[in-house]
Structure formats: structure tokens, C-alpha cells
Design a protein around this ligand. Sequence first.
Ligand SMILES: [Mn+2]
Length: 430
Amino acid sequence: MGEQIIPANVVEKDNAAREADLRCDYETLGERLDRRGIAIDAICDKVAAFHVAIPSWGVGTGGTRFARFPGPGEPRDIFDKIEDCAVIQQLTQATPSVSLHIPWDKADPKRLKQAASRFGLGFDAMNSNTFSDAVDQKRSYKFGSLSHADAGTRRQAVDHNLECIEIGREIGSKALTVWIGDGSNFPGQVNFARAFERYLEAMRDIYRGLPDDWRLFTEHKMYEPAFYSTVVQDWGTNYIIARELGEKAFCLVDLGHHAPNVNIEMIVSRLIQFGKLGGFHFNDSKYGDDDLDAGSIDPYRLFLVFNELVDAEINGAKGFNPAHMLDQSHNVTDPIESLMLSAVEVQRAYAQALLVDRKALEGFQDSNDALMATQTLKVAYRTDVEPILAMARLRAGGVIDPVSAYRAADYRAKVADERPAVSGSSGGIV
Ligand SMILES: [Mn+2]
């Protein structure tokens, strides 16, 4: 544990006001779970060990293609972002790592490492950016990057990804996530097969530059910024990529990057079964890639995704080691508050999934008892696991109610004084 930004007296006061109630609620829930043959402390330990990474761009206010409404005290650079991430980790104890986006977060790697270790933070996957043009860039990505018709543009995009790996090596990252905005806006604009072949060739060049102990994650997205077709449009194409590249390549599932009503938990199951699930970008959506807070629209779907993950964990699925990260855009809330609650929502889904009576479920599945099978999931989902989540935080040195403690510390007002507003700061949607 590193330096603490929120003062100890604020944390202690907020916890003191809630601790007696929490202990009572935890004990009551423990008795109820005991009747179901579940040891509450075992669940609490698993929740405490479950972490989700914070994307550096998440702590800034997002925006839409219509406007961006910056909030007070927005981080001005990666060092401010790391401080905001440290606050989230201090209060939730669920987010010990930060995921960087290059070139937005480009800085001296030694300074980056120092800044993070000061707060006991580490670095998660590196994210490359070939969906927008950097200031000093020679060739434009307007018509694509890794799949661009021009070999020089593809080379530039490959080199950028290799640079991300290089920076990542210096700061202790172990993965590269590649998402491209390549695609087309009109039928006939690109040849699907040729564009995908060019993409695969470029990705092979990146893959060759990957250290042995790294993983390469590719992220599919159905639409946007291209609105007719995207090169990596769905999990099928993503799976082909991972298979073509090799054993260090895996598919990343961003929950928002699917059509409405797509059965994402089933995609997760397929990828686990064939050893290609790399990890997640958690968020929620109502219509498309809305990048809303995890669990805010359809918490049951989040639970069903975790139901698959816990199933794989228990069955010891081969090579199962998914990376967990949030990927949201905060337009009307304080990003720190949204990220804290989203981390908690992800842990909630995990805790609920741990409560599923898997033996009973299997029995109902084998006897074709559809009603009892689905009720078995519902019993777990309906269990209020809040005392487990809060106790896991408290035992780890965090707070019982993260938003309450955060507001009591008045952190946002304090940084607003120190951080003058900047225009055009990077942030938003990936
Ligand atoms: Mn994403």
C-alpha cells in the first residue's frame, strides 16, 4: 500500500459511522448463506482478491460527437490521472492497476513508474491509438490504419504498436490491446477480404514484436467510427485473428461493442471453451456502444457473464486467466464516483455468481427442468451481497461506502483549485 490521498481521519470517521451496522448485516447474511451450505468468509476472500483495472482515459470527462462538458478539476495529464486512480484504489481496494493509452499518456517511463509506485499502483495492458491522428504524425488514419490500402500507413501503425510494447516493457505491463477504427461508411468502399488480409499481415508484424511473457488482446466492435462495416466487427472475426496470430493472442470482449440483445454470455462461453478469452472491457449500454457505467442498465446480464466466468474458474478451464478492465465514458457524473461504483458492480456480479448452486444447476439441466434451472440462477442473483462487498473493502483497508467517504473528503473541490481547466483534453470513448 502506498501513499494515501484521502486523509486517514476522513476514512476512519466514515467507516466508524457504518461499521456496527455492517457487522450486523454481514453476520445475518452469513447465517442465511450457511443454511445454503456457503461459507461467507470464503466468498469475501474471493471478492477481495478480485480486481479490475482503471483505464487512464476514464478519469477524465468523456463526451459525445456533439459536445463535451468538462467537469471541475479534470486531470491535465497522466500524472493527475494516476492520482485520481489512486483515490479510486484507496477507497475501493478493487483497482490496483492503471491501463495507459498511447500517445495520450506518453511520458518518461521512469517517471510513470515512480508516479504509480508512489501509490502502490501497477500498470495493466497498454492501449495503442491508430483511430485518430497524433499531432506530429506523417500519414493520416482517416481511411484506416492497420488495414489501410497504403503500405506506408500500415507500417506507421505497426511501428506505433511496437512503440507501445516498448513503453509497456519499461513500466511492467504484460499486454497490448489493439482496437482499430478501420472500416467503411459505404457499401463498396473497401474490399472486405483484402482489408482483412492487410490487417492480419500488419498484426503478424506486431505479434512478432511481442515479448514471450506478454499477451496480445484484440477488441472487436460492430460499428463506429465506421458506420457501414468495421474490419474487426464481431467475436467470430476476433476469434479468427487470435487463431491466426498464435498462442499469445486472445480476444477481448467489450460489453458495449455488440448489437442490442446479442447473447454476450454465450460468446464468453465459446471463447473460454476454445481457450481464446483474453479479458473484458466492462461497461453497460441501452442502445449501442453507450459506454454507460457497468451494471447500470442490465445488471442481470453482467451477472450472467460472471456466471460463465465462475463456471470456468471452478472447472479449471485450460489457460483461463481473463484480464478485467473498465471502459466507460462519463458525461454527467464525477468520473471517480462512476468508476468506484462500477468496480463495485463488477465485484457484485462476481460475488453473486459465486453463490450459484452449480451442482443443483447441473442436475436441473440434465433432467431438462428449465424452470428450476433458471430459478437456481435467480436465487443467487437475488441475494443482496452488499455486506460481503463492503466487508471485503473494509478488511483490505478501504471504506464501507466509497462515494460517501470521497464526498466527505471534498477531493474534487481540492483538485479543482490545483488543476486549471484545460480545453481539448483527451478522453472519451474507446
Ligand atoms: Mn473498449
